[in-house]
Design a protein around this ligand. Sequence first.
Ligand code: ADP
Ligand code: ZN
Length: 728
Amino acid sequence: MITEQDTLLKEKLKEVFGYSQFRGNQESIIQSISADHNTFVIMPTGAGKSLCYQLPAVMKPGTAIVISPLIALMKNQVDQLNVLNVKAQFLNSTLSKAEITKVRRDVLSGETKLLYVAPESLTKEENIAFLQKANISFVAIDEAHCISEWGHDFRPEYRKIKTIIDNLGNLPIIALTATATPKVQTDIQRNLQMEEAALYKSSFNRKNLYYEIRPKIDTKKQLIKYVKAHKGKSGIVYCLSRKKVEEIAQLLLVNDIKALPYHAGLDSHIRMANQDAFLNEDVDVIVATIAFGMGIDKPDVRFVIHYDTPKSLEGYYQETGRAGRDGLEGNCVMFYSYDDIIKLDKFNKDKQVTERENAKHLLQEMASYAESSVCRRRQLLHYFGEHVNQDCGFCDNCLKPREKFEAQEHVMMAIQAALQTNQRFDMAHLSDVLRGLENQYVISYGHNKLPIYGKGAAKDGAYWNSVIRQILLHDFLEKDIENYGVLKVSEKGMDFTENPYPVTLARDHDFSTAADDEDNENDPSGHPAGKACDPVLFELLKALQRKVAKEKKLPPYAVFQEPSLEEMATTYPTSKEDLSRINGVGMGKVEKFGRPFIELIGKYVDENDIATATEVVVKSTANKSKAKISIIQQIDRKVNLEDITEALDLSMADLIREIEHICYSGTRLNLDYYIDNLMDEERQDEIYDYFMTAETDNIQAAVQMLGDDYSEEELRLIRIKFLSEVAN
Ligand code: ADP
Ligand code: ZN
């Protein structure tokens, strides 16, 4: 039956916001708060929470207070509402005295429909006094999970909100959040004293998202390969630190991927410009800390990559949620290593005890999610309190199932462990009891005297944790809402103890080797360590190098250096562009010597049916550091080397080493202006001729031959001149 109220809501929806339909639960939610019922909304990001309080605020007499923790988003929302001709304002620490006075006047006159307030401002005496005089329609609490210290984003000032609202009269409350585990949900309702509230919980299932976890090995290479395979598509790469964001953005850039960084340490106008470049698709990839993405509504983000392991499943869910908002393709890949978990745990060491313990729990949940081989979607939904009986068939674990094992006996043991300890303990303790450990807790509770004690000693802690997690997921056990971490036996579990039946569980992934060896990856030469080098092709290339050298009357190393040949035999470049991407090869070298090499490799690839597109060379950022770029520019401007050393605070030896690096990576440098001043032509020629005929460009060999007459610095400078002129 359609009532008058329904029609009115629809009309307003169209008139004010321009939409013709409500989405999901929006209509019922709006009816609930409009009827002054306390209302609790749990809805994933992007599903349309704002409308749930904006529309009733417009329709009700008076001003609605919206409490929101993020000042930046507040301004956005207010701007958007003003565009729609809805009078909205905000009250926070960024306003001047005069602006505050104006806001107060407008609210008291009843003109303002929505007043956004930061929780800090709400607690101020003068603001409370003023709000008591205003006609308030209801209070909306956005990001309500900030109330709970059991969640991932606790804000102490949020816990005071209820007391303040009570001071303003008997106002209906609508609380909204995009993430809430069942524990957090009860915590919010209890704190706001709205246990009786109408609850609207949407499904958290994002059907179009593909979840995948990969071991954090060779991560840079995996990343570049992945992004290149999704060329031209929009993606976000999340890193934990600003430094990492900068580094990875650089890495993508030197590997010909259009990418920009985003983090709170950037100048605000640069940050905005980078964000806009991503929104307008001037760049494909934004590399960001989690500061990026809130309030951003780009529908066609095709991949979200977690380069580092996130701090909580809540964060992971929100960040991955930015992929595929339009319901089309959305790929979520996370790189995981337990080292990340340990690192993150260390960051928490300065926190207060309870906060630290909670953060640890969240991290443990993250680790189990990553290491488990159970359907990802099922795990995520279970975490947010949704029980599904089926695997999704579409995540990495579903598509590549791990080994399964029959676990009836062990399921029984785990349930017995919970029962015999009176259902008052957490996973770690149950696992200790099963394994027969003699720690302080086990002894003090007398659990070493239980029949189940030590019955599972044949298996280790990781095994029992995995079994317990999986039977939680299968609803044999359930989490106790009242006591964080405590596991109880469910009805299904009780039935099982009476009538046991076979249960199949899946073996966890083994990520123990997944420690990202960043030092190794950062090898400035960027060589793929010769590990995948094709020895046959390498010999062919070497023969060609010698032949070309002979024809051109040059030493072989001046044509291509051996590491470059090795890389060619690894990555099979078959075009000028590909070849120029090899470390030590610039376009100059490609033009000079490249053609026969490209032909040789092309022929070899054809004859041997080699798929070349799958291999990726990672050009290291180390070759193009800021210092190097600055050196190249200064040499172009013929700045004296002594002046460069001063400007960059380098020793002359360091500067020459940098210049050598530049030269060996294929860039041509003209140092004549400096060398001509340093030594006469005759001396130059003698060294030059030496390098022309030498077997090797090794500097020690040169010192042995010429060291009596020339300094090492002179030898090095001429070697640079020689290589620049004949090789680059
Ligand atoms: P949330 O706060 O839940 O993350 P928003 O309130 O920002 O989500 O809404 C997400 C997007 O959905 C916004 O662009 C909003 O304009 C749009 N939207 C919300 N409700 C509707 C609707 N009924 N019809 C069409 N678009 C809607
Ligand atoms: Zn699945």
